[in-house]
Write a protein that binds this ligand. Structure first.
Ligand code: PLV
Length: 332
């Protein structure tokens, strides 16, 4: 992992007995929820901000579903430079407050991340700010790849599979890059998205990048309308599997995780956890798409700061209401 700069920590790697009991295999949780600013994002964004925004820059601007912005604001505060974070308008007050607590200027623009991003690009140009992309940049992937180097240093053996969540695909690209670097390039990688925030899965099905008409999932931090092209290229590898869960399954996973592991994460992260709790892993094993026995499963617990007990209660009413059945699709 030569030359990775930034502000992330070597996150805890915790064996989950409760998940092992469900799956009949060893499960390790890479607890990115413990990172400064609450998610894995600080790995790539910390690295990117250090490389691109020196202490004499005018500051950074980042459009974000929340967590990339929090990471950018955290890194900017550490470097003593201003941060402007553009959120889509429906963003949570609790995220705005956390951003302000990091000293960032917050603007709410548009309905989804793509709208906010157009404003961030405009501001970068007009105010001479360093634009921080939340998922599409080689330096970001290089920073994210540090998670795999930590796994390599701590795991007792090569994993049988790695599970992660995909929004625009930055984490996925970083993990693929890292797996190649440590000689684990053929390890199966399970990419989890929710229905309605499924840009990578849609691209795989179409055979080319697609732009979703809208983001209809409540997992707003997975809500990029188009995956980055590097993620689409990686998805063509035979060891990459893409699966979808409903918001309801992601929410149930968040709740089970809170009960069993005592850590609260966002719905975006619940998508990965649902691979374990909703039987996706077992189904893939039954279909012969994942090895049986699996050996050792790694779940990247990507975390997220846009969650609280009150927000969880709200999601319960939205995702579990009878009117929400349009999201209860089945994987094709
Ligand atoms: N969230 C981005 C993009 O949002 C953001 O701006 O914060 N898990 C969590 C908790 C996340 O916050 C994100 C990304 C992901 C997973 C997906 O990561 P990606 O975009 O690198 O695939 C619209």
């Amino acid at each position: 992992m030569p030359g990775i700069q930034g502000f992330h920590i070597n996150s805890p790697l915790v064996e989950s007995t409760a998940m092992a009991k469900r799956l009949g295999t060893t499960v390790y949780l890479k607890m990115e929820s413990s990172q400064p600013a609450g998610s894995f994002k600080i790995r790539g964004i910390g690295h990117l901000v250090c490389k691109l925004a020196g202490s004499n820059s005018h500051g950074v601007v980042c459009a974000s579903g929340g967590n990339a912005g929090l990471a950018a604001a955290y890194a900017a505060r550490k470097l003593n430079i201003p941060a402007t974070i553009i959120l889509p308008s429906p963003s949570l007050q609790l995220v705005t407050e956390k951003l302000q607590d990091q000293g960032a200027t917050v603007k709410c623009v548009g309905k989804v991340w793509d709208d906010a991003n157009a404003e961030a690009l405009r501001l970068a140009e007009s105010e001479n700010l360093v634009y921080i992309p939340p998922f599409d940049h080689p330096l970001l992937w290089e920073g994210h790849s540090s998670v795999v180097h930590e796994l390599k240093a701590s795991l007792p053996c090569r994993p049988g599979a790695v599970v992660l969540s995909v929004g625009g695909g930055g984490l996925f690209c970083g993990v693929m890059h890292g797996l190649d670097e440590v000689g684990w390039g053929s390890v199966p990688v399970l990419c989890m998205e929710t229905f309605g925030a499924d840009c990578l899965n849609a691209a795989i099905k179409a055979g080319h990048l697609v732009t979703l008409p809208d983001i209809t999932s409540e997992a707003k931090c997975l809500g990029a309308k188009t995956a980055c092209s590097a993620a689409f290229e990686y998805s063509k590898r035979s060891n990459v599997i893409s699966e979808l869960v409903t918001d309801r399954q992601a929410l149930e996973a968040v709740e089970l995780f809170l009960d069993e592991e005592r850590v609260l994460v966002e719905l975006a992260c619940g998508a990965s956890l649902a691979a374990v709790y909703s039987g996706v892993i077992q189904r893939l094993q039954d279909e012969g798409r994942l090895p049986k026995p699996l050996g050792l499963l790694v779940v990247i617990v990507c975390g997220g700061s846009g969650v609280s007990l009150a927000q969880l209660q709200h999601l319960r009413t939205v995702c579990k209401s009878e009117n929400y059945n349009s999201h209860d699709h089945v994987n094709s």
